[in-house]
Design a protein around this ligand. Structure first.
Ligand SMILES: [Zn+2]
Length: 483
């Protein structure tokens, strides 16, 4: 199936092939590029001799190479491959590049909890099943299809278009985006050393339905991360002769204090989140959240039926501190001399992370020490950028009844790595989903799957945004609508 999106307003005649996109998605799912690569049964079973990420990177490089687009497989670490390819601007580039960013790795599966083979790439009743169908081989396949269509079009380009599909997003990016940014920054530049003007990445772009209305998220911000350790010390001793200097008890008290502090943390509305809530018709959540968090939560509980969406919206309102790991003691009759908890802290744009840690140290007092392990600031990019305007226009054309709205996500992505080069990274993997499709649950969930109808909507939208952003001098330039 092809889409006839050619038109005077596109400036590029893009022959996007949905069947090709679906086949690439299914093929990529059949490559179990699980991260961590040594942790899965696929390696033990010999299904993953190369390292799945390298196999997936080679797949992309071959597809691109067959179409005449030179592609490089880069292994910063053996088996941890990424694929980078470039469609150069026609003649001297008049504008800096566009990056089509994705990650090739997927999180492990609990195969027994799946209704289908997680690495089968099966197509059943119009739905593609398998690990990565949502996070994020769907977007890898769409971006591949856009690269191929751009190449076939022979159109003149005013920017380089750089396809970057990386390893290791799911574990911090040392072997993928972060490593490439540090070791090969030129990959993200054009020939004149200008960093890309924008990157399109995962998570945003999908539709949500609320109160019978459909919205598309355009992700312009993501929360910061501070992975933090709480440490306690105590005096070891025989469990039969207790004393009060018990590292396990101190750890429990410290964790309890952190949880109580979190429960009372007041909201802080960033402009992006306030506008997002307003567009969703949740103005009152925004106004209540700062003074009456309980009332704000009650409004959310009332209006948002999807529990995952509700938690996501709630987490946009404030910094969050979540205890995820506890360790203390090894034996029932030995009082432990040490305890350790891990906290997953997510901060809003504008939060002073050091100040939050100092606050937590005061909360736990002398029971425990608070030590940051990984700290990455929040990222936020202009919601009025040219490319965001193109997203609004493409979505409005494809789904006139819906509303597109910029948003912030609470998890982190490789956008944080590209931010080090000053490259704005927008989450835009457009998918039109049925109201009852449990999309957010499927990220890292069982029975991950994506309907082809969602891709049939998303591929031409993505193609239009890219085509208009990179189209050559013969393509009309985008002019923002007057407000
Ligand atoms: Zn992802």
């Amino acid at each position: 199936m092809s889409f006839d999106r050619a038109g005077p307003d596109l400036g590029l005649d893009l022959d996007l092939d949905l069947d090709e996109c679906v086949e690439h998605l299914r093929s990529l799912i059949r490559i179990p590029s699980v991260n961590p690569p040594d942790g899965g049964p696929e390696v033990a079973a010999g299904r993953d001799p190369l390292g799945g990420e390298t196999a997936a990177a080679r797949y992309c490089a071959e597809v691109l190479g067959d179409a005449g687009i030179a592609a490089e497989v880069i292994e910063l670490t053996p088996g941890r491959g990424s694929c980078v390819a470039r469609l150069p601007a026609t003649g001297p580039a008049t504008d800096p590049p566009l990056i089509l960013l994705s990650h090739l790795d997927v999180v492990p599966v609990d195969a027994e909890s799946w209704s289908r083979d997680p690495f089968g790439g099966e197509l059943i009743d119009g739905v593609v099943w398998g690990r990565g169908a949502v996070d994020m081989k769907n977007m890898v396949a769409m971006e591949l299809a856009v690269m191929l269509a751009l190449k076939r079009s022979g159109a003149s380009l005013r920017r380089d278009v750089i396809f970057v599909a990386v390893a290791d997003e799911e574990a911090g990016g040392e072997h993928g985006a972060r490593g490439l940014v540090e070791q090969r920054p030129e990959l993200f530049h054009d020939g004149d050393g200008r960093p890309a003007a924008a990157a399109l990445n995962e998570v945003g772009g999908y539709s949500i339905t609320l109160g019978g209305r459909r919205f598309y998220t355009i992700q312009v911000a993501e929360k910061g991360i501070v992975w933090t350790r709480l440490r306690t010390t105590g005096t070891p001793g025989h469990g039969s002769m207790p004393h009060t200097d018990n590292a396990a008890v101190k750890l429990a008290r410290a964790v309890d204090a952190v949880a109580a502090d979190q429960a009372g943390r007041s909201a802080r509305m960033t402009p992006v989140v306030a506008a997002f809530l307003a567009a969703l018709g949740l103005h009152d959540v925004a106004s209540l959240a700062q003074d009456d968090p309980a009332a704000a939560s009650a409004v959310l509980a009332n209006r948002v039926t999807d529990p995952v969406m509700r938690r996501s919206l709630d987490a946009m309102l404030r910094d969050t501190v979540t205890t995820t790991v506890l360790r203390s003691g090894k034996k029932v009759n030995v009082m432990p001399g040490a305890g350790e908890a891990e906290l997953d802290i997510r901060t809003l744009p504008g939060t002073d992370q050091a100040e939050l840690l100092a606050h937590l140290q005061r909360v736990v007092g002398d029971q425990a020490s608070v030590e940051p392990v990984v700290a990455l600031p929040a990222v936020e990019w202009p919601a009025d950028a040219e490319i965001v305007g193109l997203m609004h226009q493409a979505l409005a054309r494809a789904d006139p009844d819906a509303t597109a709205v910029p948003t912030m996500i609470t998890p982190g992505t490789d956008a944080k790595a590209l931010a080090q080069l000053g490259i704005p990274c927008y989450g835009f993997a457009p998918l039109r989903l049925e109201p009852d499709f449990p999309f957010l649950e499927l990220f890292h969930g069982h029975d991950e799957r994506v309907p082809i109808s969602a891709l049939a909507f998303g591929l031409p939208v993505l193609g239009e945004v890219v085509a208009r952003y990179v189209g050559g001098a013969d393509a009309p330039k985008y002019r923002p609508q007057p407000a």
